[in-house]
Design a protein. Structure first.
Length: 368
């Protein structure tokens, strides 16, 4: 037997969640670090496992190991939903589907006579037979005007990210050069931390075994993120699943189904190459993902280095290590399928362990 709990993480101060592009990327790397707006699923999973450990409960033998689908058990933590947000009014919010942008087309072309692929206001796609020449079309900007709001569980309220996540700038370390009495410039290292607008919080649904007394892990304060910011954690029993909280008949398209089947990611997802065989179009964003590999038998806590490719799927038992980098599709990404069978095959291809078990690779399907 098991129980489902709503776990709420409320930041009590500005926070910093790093990532692969914390200091920029490639030639654009710099001393200006920017926080991700929300924590990864592995962060939430690790936090709950730590709370189980503090209470003498089983928190599992191994940490998240993407290349080993057999390592899916975390003791008395049986599973996690994708992260979602809770508003001051008590509504729950997910990232909007990228193809939803009321009032204007998301992809538009002004090339006269071009048989272009255009995303219409109602979410339908008109396809062109010469899509491979799209890069030469005048005015073609495929990522412009994509939806980036967060939408409520009843599908009626949209909130822009800037009305939820507020940036907090921390001054840098002064650049002090030899033989100069005063610092040269404002600083070498600056940080953009994030704070949630008052009343907002992060949430997940967590499935625990009956061994867990929710009162023992409720109401605790916990340090999260690179700056060890304080989060207040509330845990309460709920009789509701993620699919019931965010139902397909209310989310994204408000009951007005598009003319072709599609799948919308409600979490970041690792997508295998085989999944693309079942799609005819996609509107996506990517996000880089890397996690820290920690196991029960860790004894070395020195400087962490990325795991070498030949050891990417092995189990590190004596030292902490960074995982290899994965490129995930971001929540809100949309896949369009030709028919219901292709949609079902795509859904099967995305249900991959251990990703699915801790809240990655979740989605909602829509079939007219």
């Amino acid at each position: 037997m098991s129980k489902t709990a709503l776990v709420t993480f409320t930041p009590l101060e500005p926070y910093f969640f790093g990532g692969e592009t914390t200091h920029g990327n490639g030639r654009e790397r710099n001393y200006f670090s920017k926080s991700n707006p929300y924590p990864q699923q592995t962060t939430l999973c690790g936090t709950l496992r730590h709370l189980l450990c503090k209470n003498g409960l089983d928190f599992g033998q191994h940490s998240f190991t993407p290349n080993n689908p057999k390592l899916t058990e975390y003791g008395d933590l049986l599973g996690l939903s994708p992260l979602f947000l809770k508003s001051p009014s008590g509504k729950y919010f997910l990232r909007q589907a990228l193809d939803r942008n009321p009032g204007k087309p998301a992809l538009s072309l002004e090339s006269s006579g071009a048989n272009a692929e255009v995303l219409l206001d109602n979410g339908d796609l008109n396809y062109t037979k010469n899509w491979k020449s799209a890069g030469r079309w005048a005015g073609f900007k495929p990522k412009e005007k994509l939806a980036n709001e967060w939408v409520s569980d009843d599908g009626r309220t949209s909130v822009k990210p800037e009305d939820i996540f507020k940036t907090f700038n921390r001054p840098g370390i002064p650049k002090q050069e030899i033989r100069k009495p005063k610092p040269d410039g404002p600083g070498l290292f600056k940080q953009d931390l994030v704070r949630l607008k008052e009343g907002w919080a992060f949430c997940v649904l967590a499935e625990f075994s009956d061994n867990v007394d929710l009162d023992n892990i409720n109401g605790q304060n916990f340090q999260l993120g690179g700056e060890k910011s304080i989060f207040h954690i509330e845990v309460k029993d709920v009789n509701q699943r993620f699919e019931q909280m965010f139902s397909a008949d209310k989310m994204f398209y408000n009951g007005h189904l598009p003319t072709q089947p599609r799948l919308v990611l409600t979490s970041d997802a690792w997508v295998p190459a085989s999944a693309w065989e079942h799609t005819i179009a996609a509107i996506t964003e990517t996000t880089d993902f890397r996690h820290i590999r920690t196991h029960r038998d860790v004894k070395k806590f020195g400087r962490m280095r990325p795991a070498s490719p030949e050891h990417a799927g092995s189990i590190v038992t004596d030292q902490m290590a960074k995982s290899t980098k994965y490129t995930l599709l971001a929540r809100g990404s949309v896949f369009v399928c030709a028919n219901k069978k292709a949609l079902d095959d795509l859904a099967d291809a995305l249900c991959i362990q251990p990703w699915y078990g801790i809240g990655f690779n979740h989605f909602i399907t829509f079939c007219p």
